[in-house]
Design a protein around this ligand. Structure first.
Ligand code: GLY
Length: 309
């Protein structure tokens, strides 16, 4: 019987001072909830799902309730989950009313033949399986959206395909704070899960990396598990989570995370963070953004959390 470990993150980006304590408290709660399940002998899949649900229900994070808004002021949330034992996984995208998108991702994975489902049809599947609905659009996010829209207009970019450039100019303050969790259970099975409102001011219909297996998340018992946060377009173009897992064939989780972020910086610039977990239950954290809010829980080290690496 092997040791259990969970590592969760609440997003890479620029965490303003006043939000940092709430972010750290939120990731600690999520890691504790997942670790308790692992200690009770429950699966890594259940632990990552529960940890992500905890963060989806906490409006400090950009996921579930508290999702950031797109260019026209609507929520379009994405989530993904993957089982390292079976290498089955699925994502959901463009959700407006599902209280916990991560639960719907698991339904798609376990009850359908598909690996990605989006929009109204995905929401109808959630209804069919009795998943709770909620209004994900919080007044605080509407205020932030109004301010961000004003900044965007002042920056005089008529072409919204320049969103990424704008994010860089603004020092990442417009980045999404995806949440994610990786776990290994007593049987040595790995799992990964993530959830996000996406990057703020995204075009309606834009889907990020979080529901895309290999980009936003990946888990394979023979390699390791990884989940990315930051600019989804970078994670998709460089398939960062699968790359980090491949690297864990030869490297520790920390070495794989650091190597992946160095490669991202070289090929695509700043705007990404990643957490990793190897087959021995060691975790890694790396980012090229000002902050990454994370917490890990292992039997030997207990609960640890940091705003920077
Ligand atoms: N990483 C979250 C997103 O780009 O949607």
């Amino acid at each position: 019987m092997k040791g259990s470990t969970i590592i969760v993150h609440g997003g890479a980006g620029d965490w303003p001072e006043p939000k940092q304590a709430a972010g750290l408290s939120g990731v600690r709660q999520a890691a504790t909830r997942g670790f308790r399940l692992l200690q009770q002998g429950r699966t890594a899949m259940l632990a990552v799902e529960a940890a992500v649900m905890e963060m989806e229900d906490n409006p400090v994070f950009n996921a579930g309730r508290g999702s950031t808004l797109n260019l026209v002021g609507n929520v379009e949330a994405d989530a993904g989950i993957m089982d390292g034992k079976t290498r089955c996984g699925a994502g959901v995208a463009l959700l407006q009313r599902v209280k916990n998108p991560i639960r719907l991702a698991r339904v798609v994975m376990e009850k359908t033949d598909h690996a990605l489902l989006a929009g109204n049809s995905a929401e109808k599947l959630g209804e069919a399986f009795g998943l709770p609905k909620a209004n994900l659009k919080l007044p605080e996010r509407v205020q932030q959206w109004k301010q961000a829209r004003r900044q965007l207009e002042k920056a005089d970019h008529g072409d919204f395909s320049r969103n990424l450039k704008l994010i860089r100019i603004k020092g990442q303050s417009l980045l999404g704070d995806t949440v994610g969790a990786l776990a290994i259970d007593r049987n040595g099975d790995l799992a990964a899960a993530d959830s996000t409102g996406g990057v703020s001011l995204k075009l309606p219909g834009r889907i990020g990396d979080s529901p895309i297996l290999g980009a936003g998340l990946y888990a394979d018992n023979k390699l390791g598990a990884a989940t990315a946060t930051g600019v989804g377009e970078i994670a998709m173009r460089l398939v960062v989570s699968k790359s980090a897992c491949d690297a864990m064939q030869a490297l520790t989780a920390q070495q794989a995370a650091s190597q992946t972020v160095r490669k991202v910086t070289r090929l695509a610039g700043r705007g990404l963070g990643i957490v990793t977990l190897d087959r021995k239950g060691r975790f890694g954290v790396a980012h090229n953004t000002p902050h990454l809010c994370w917490a890990g829980f292992t039997r030997s080290r207990g609960l640890i959390s940091q705003m920077r690496q």
